[in-house]
Write a protein that binds this ligand. Structure first.
Ligand code: I3P
Length: 126
């Protein structure tokens, strides 16, 4: 039998709480400020919501948009050197924004790393 509950705790498509810190905006370094954010991988976009409730509200009110990161032309790399925290990777967007994403669990963060990596690869081929 296949365990259908496996992987249910971590699902980039459905969304999950991750720790996020923006460290550059348009190539300019910004002050690092970690916040816990509800992150959803939506095709070629990464969406940052304040919490999972905001995602539900946004779906009802299309005017309330979450912060959205276009993965077209983006890069992803593990970034142990960019933080004292463990399980951190860096996303650099085509427009020069840099985000660190982090989770306490390695299995969680590696799922996100894989999923975002695939989304970027997919974008670069289209
Ligand atoms: C930063 C804050 C961050 C820390 C960062 C500090 O200080 O403590 O949590 O990053 O380290 O500069 P402040 O709040 O005064 O801006 P990590 O938690 O990722 O280590 P850094 O400058 O070495 O990136």
């Amino acid at each position: 039998l296949i365990d259908i509950t496996a992987g249910e705790q971590s699902n980039p498509g459905k969304g999950e709480y991750l720790n996020k810190a923006k460290i550059a905006d348009g190539g300019k370094k910004t002050r690092k400020n970690w916040t816990t954010t509800w992150v959803v991988l939506d095709g070629s976009k990464l969406l940052f919501y304040k919490d999972s409730k905001q995602q539900a509200v946004t779906n009802l009110k299309p005017g309330c948009k979450p912060e959205s990161v276009d993965l077209y032309g983006a890069r992803i790399e593990w970034a142990a050197d960019k933080s004292s925290r463990k399980n951190v990777f860096l996303i650099t967007t085509g427009s020069g924004n840099e985000f660190l994403l982090q989770a306490e669990s390695y299995s969680t963060i590696s799922k996100w790393h894989d999923a975002i990596g695939k989304a970027i690869e997919c974008e670069s081929k289209s």
